[in-house]
Write a protein of this length. Structure first.
Lengths: 224, 224
DNA sequence: TAGATTGTTAATCGATTAACAATC
DNA sequence: TAGATTGTTAATCGATTAACAATC
């Protein structure tokens, strides 16, 4: 009791974000290996697939426990399950999509999230001509019902695909509704309280940094 | 002559990738300020907008030159132009989209790239029922004509939106055609020679790292 | 047991930040 | 000139990597 209280005060883990951000890649690689029938993998082999040093893989895993056997390596199925557990990928997460324009439609029709435990359960838009439509098997509801929709469908993650001018407002409303994880598709970094997680999908920034290397005849140093 | 030869041998700048990746964000913020009529900005003000320390902004800029005036700050229009020049954003880049499925269509219809100097000039697909269609104002051509299309339209950047099973093959062909910058939308990290730049847009990885914080009741440490 | 590979500590590397002389 | 802010160096911080004892 005292110790769990202590965790609450600090409100923070010691696991660096950069480590957390690598775990989904480990999950992906391990899933592939499992599908290929590989039973055991060592850090050397994982490192080759992931373009990461074996030392880094072992260090990353060591933040969460001891999952390998000396002299052998890691059981692929076991490590995969452990990492899924750590990342919270053994349960289904209910996701609402706010904004049903071209981009929102593409997201609602994209089948890639569901198999990995992200269930798109609600779609919302402000445009009266869009509200009431069925998109990707979901009825589009008015944003005015945001709070009710989030409660009724037990939504914990929001995908925001509204025009840049409305993004901060929508994000503010989501935060007011208690949403703590937001995937944002607008080319802007919305301001949120520090207990809310926002990730932005921003292909233009990627293009604009690649042109640096094209324009200057350089090669990247091989990052992420 | 000797010194330019030297640059060629090293084939590499000393500017860290992480610095280059911040420049497009500086450009975005400066563009906003310019639109708002702000004429002068100091590193303190820029830092607040970008959530970056003033010291880092000055350090980043110092890799490329001296753009400010002591005691004053930076002229917004001037710094913006310099950064655009450095990033190669003063010219138009011709982009080909490979893969005209749902995602490719969304990209071809997305108006967000063009205003920033990225011109979508060609669309390609393998599916005979898609080839010949007009999407986003472009005639869809067969992937078999990739090399001719790249030459004829002077394409230097490719956006790859094909199913995961075909991604590596398509990327290999693009590399063979001399493409040095690829924006990949498949959930896979294609292998490329080190002089080729690949950036992947992978929303699933973003979702999967956010669930770590949701599942464990933690807050992010505020990264990117 | 001998060989292999983990888990972990210590060393290295590189990026961020603080501090301040230069200078507008 | 006095005040402010840059550009840059040095200090700090944190992440990556190397090395190796533990151990399967």
């Amino acid at each position: 009791m005292a110790s769990s209280f202590e965790r609450d005060i600090t409100g923070r883990t010691e696991v660096p974000d950069v480590v957390v951000s690598r775990l989904p890649q480990y999950v992906r690689t391990l899933s592939q290996m499992l599908a290929e029938g590989v039973q055991i993998a060592n850090s050397q082999q994982l490192g080759e697939k992931l373009q990461i040093t074996p030392a880094q893989i072992r260090k990353d895993l060591s933040y969460f426990g001891r999952f390998g056997k000396q002299g052998r390596g890691y059981r692929v199925d076991h490590l995969l399950e452990e990492l899924k557990q750590i990342l919270g990928l053994t349960v289904t997460w209910n996701v609402a999509v706010v904004g049903v324009g071209r981009l929102g439609r593409a997201i609602l029709n994209y089948p890639g999230f569901t198999p990995d435990g992200f269930q798109l359960v609600a779609a919302l838009d402000d445009n009266p001509s869009v509200v009431g439509q069925e998109v990707g098997g979901l009825l589009v509801r008015p944003v005015s019902q945001l709070s009710e929709v989030i409660d009724n469908f037990q939504v914990t993650i929001a995908i925001v695909a509204v025009p840049i001018a409305y993004t901060q407002t929508v994000v503010d409303r989501l935060v007011d509704c208690g949403i703590k994880a937001i995937l944002n598709y607008a080319p802007i970094m919305p301001q949120v309280p520090e207990d809310v997680n926002v990730r932005s999908i921003d292909p233009l920034l990627s293009l604009q940094s690649m042109t640096y290397y094209l324009a200057n005849g350089l090669s990247p140093e091989k990052e992420l």
